[in-house]
Ligand binder design. Sequence first.
Ligand code: SF4
Ligand code: SF4
Length: 122
Amino acid sequence: MPHPCQTCGACCARFRVAFHWSETTAFNPDGMPLALTQPLDAHRVSMRGTDCREPHCINLVGTVGGAVSCSQYARRPSPCRELGAAWEHGEPSPQCDRARAAYGLAALTPESWLPAAASQDP
Ligand code: SF4
Ligand code: SF4
């Protein structure tokens, strides 16, 4: 079964993704390539494409609500790692719910993670 995030991507096209510059290759060779970010303030950068009225991260591949992936998944910054999919680990995620709602996608529920229910997902 695909992970629900692999058929969503809404949060990558809903919020500004801001983080400390030390998470980029300017400090950490394994971090987010600096060229894929833009300066935000003295201490922070944002993912290109997310600091605007209609955010869409430069790394998001595919169409929101369809088959999506992050082209820099292994290097994704802390906000991406910290935004959990709702109920994946038994906790709600208002950000996940808001992002999905903005694209007309139903909120995930605890049942979304049951193998039987998940296998019925489109
Ligand atoms: S909005 Fe939720 S389900 Fe969609 S990609 Fe983000 S964390 Fe995953
Ligand atoms: S870096 Fe990847 S996980 Fe983070 S917002 Fe962009 S596409 Fe999404």
